[in-house]
Design a protein around this ligand. Structure first.
Ligand SMILES: [Zn+2]
Length: 148
């Protein structure tokens, strides 16, 4: 049986310095299209964990804002460990380009006045949402990412 390797399990989470943007996967479909995946790490693994309300609000906010910056986004989803997000998109793109897009998207989070789709029709847990928390993490990540 073929051994399954999960890329993120091969990264030593004790040897990274967050925040960072890391290309963590690339797939060529049978028709030749390229799909690229990125690790958008916001907080230091096993040291700073974002509360669910902040992560959830960031997920809703970034869903729109990252698509305003990058085309052909398939998905941006929170990591279960709550230290960052995975971004998947069609095409080849560099970490630097993604970092630039993330910075622009986070600038918009800082200015946001409400969390989109925070209601029982459009979300599965709309009460667990912190705009304040989302903004605080956005500010922190922005400051550090810009100085990289
Ligand atoms: Zn939701």
């Amino acid at each position: 049986m073929e051994e399954i390797i999960v890329e993120s399990f091969t990264m030593d989470h004790t040897k990274v310095s967050a925040p960072f943007v890391r290309k963590c996967g690339i797939i060529t479909t049978p028709k030749g299209d390229i799909i690229t995946k990125f690790d958008l790490r916001f907080t230091q693994p096993n040291v700073h964990i974002m509360p669910t309300g902040a992560v959830h609000a960031l997920e809703h906010l970034l869903a729109g804002y990252i698509r305003e910056e990058l085309k052909d986004v398939i998905d941006i989803s929170p990591m279960g460990c709550r230290t960052g997000f995975y971004l998947t998109l069609v095409g080849r793109i560099t970490e630097k380009e993604v970092a630039g897009a993330l910075i622009n998207a986070l600038e918009k989070v800082v200015e946001a006045e409400e969390v989109p789709a925070a209601n029982p029709v459009q979300c599965g847990n709309y009460r667990d949402m912190s705009l304040f928390g989302a903004k605080e993490y956005a500010k922190e990540v922005l400051e550090k990412l810009k100085n990289r």
